[in-house]
Design a protein around this ligand. Structure first.
Ligand code: 15L
Length: 266
């Protein structure tokens, strides 16, 4: 299986390159810029995802794509549109035309960030994006569904929480994912014979979880990380943060309070 990883120079891309190296002997890595830690044995091809011709080049001859490329936080509409809307569409279209069989799309918790923290949600809820970034992730999931249903691509969307060595604050106790657990979900997306179009939550085995991840479990996901093991660290970090009523109310945290003015209009 020849794999392409887009967004390979980013933090998640860098971690996944290391974790998937021994698993897939043929990995092409791509990003707009060369990864700082690029190994001599790595096959790197630079590409701007907003340029369809460049995306055609990186998808040629590929069996499975791990699509991490794009802008990974909130940004101006111009930035989000170019990187995450045009870029994501180009990726699915070029992958389909190139005969790629599977795409694993890095969606985000911010596609559903405006669900309240006292709700437990599954993968079948209506999207409630908390930002232009979150809208772009909901768009990516929709494009993935289109290419799966219309063209038979096998698509897995992972609504990633926060990938890190440990949870960074109270919110992350609910959404943290250990890098190895994310690699496990990516492998399910690339290999499981029954994948057609699926959405998983990218979270470890977190006691404080807001998400019902039984769909991932159905495909054999057995997370090893437990955010509770780092509760003291996360709460100590939380104590350093300023109070923010909107952020604390919704799952998307600061992505919800950023530019928030709904209260003033009620
Ligand atoms: C994301 O989707 C971002 O890519 C990441 O940088 C974090 O902000 C994460 O969400 C989060 O919610 O913590």
């Amino acid at each position: 299986m020849h794999i392409l990883i887009t967004g390979a120079a980013g933090d998640v891309g860098t971690r996944l390159r290391r974790l998937l190296k021994g698993v897939y002997p043929r990995i092409r890595v791509s990003d707009i810029r060369k990864p700082a830690d690029l190994g001599v044995d790595e096959d790197f091809v630079a590409a701007d995802l907003a340029d369809y011709g460049q995306v055609e080049k990186i998808t040629a001859g590929i069996d499975g794509v791990v699509h991490l490329g794009g802008y990974s936080v909130e940004g101006s509409w111009e930035t989000i549109h170019k990187s995450n809307i045009v870029g994501c569409y180009n990726l699915f279209e070029a992958a389909y035309r190139a005969g790629v069989k599977r795409v694993v799309f890095a969606s985000s918790n911010h596609a559903v960030g405006f669900y309240s923290r006292d709700q437990k949600i599954g993968v079948d809820v209506t999207v409630r994006p908390d930002s232009r970034y979150g809208v772009s992730k909901a768009f990516g999931e929709a494009v993935g569904a289109l290419y799966a249903d219309k063209h038979g691509l096998r698509v897995t969307c992972i609504r990633i929480g926060n990938v890190n060595d440990k949870p960074l604050d109270k919110r992350r106790l609910s959404i943290w994912i250990k890098p190895e657990d994310l690699a496990q979900l990516v492998r399910i997306g690339l290999e499981h014979p029954d994948i057609r179009f699926e959405i998983f939550y990218g979270a470890s085995d977190n006691k404080a979880a807001w998400w019902d991840n039984s769909n991932a479990q159905r495909f054999g996901y057995r997370p090893q990380g437990r955010s509770e093991d780092f509760r003291d660290h996360a709460m100590a970090e939380q104590a350093k943060l300023p109070a923010d009523a909107i952020s604390d109310r919704f799952q998307g945290g600061p992505f919800c309070s950023d530019e928030y003015d709904a209260g003033r209009k009620q």
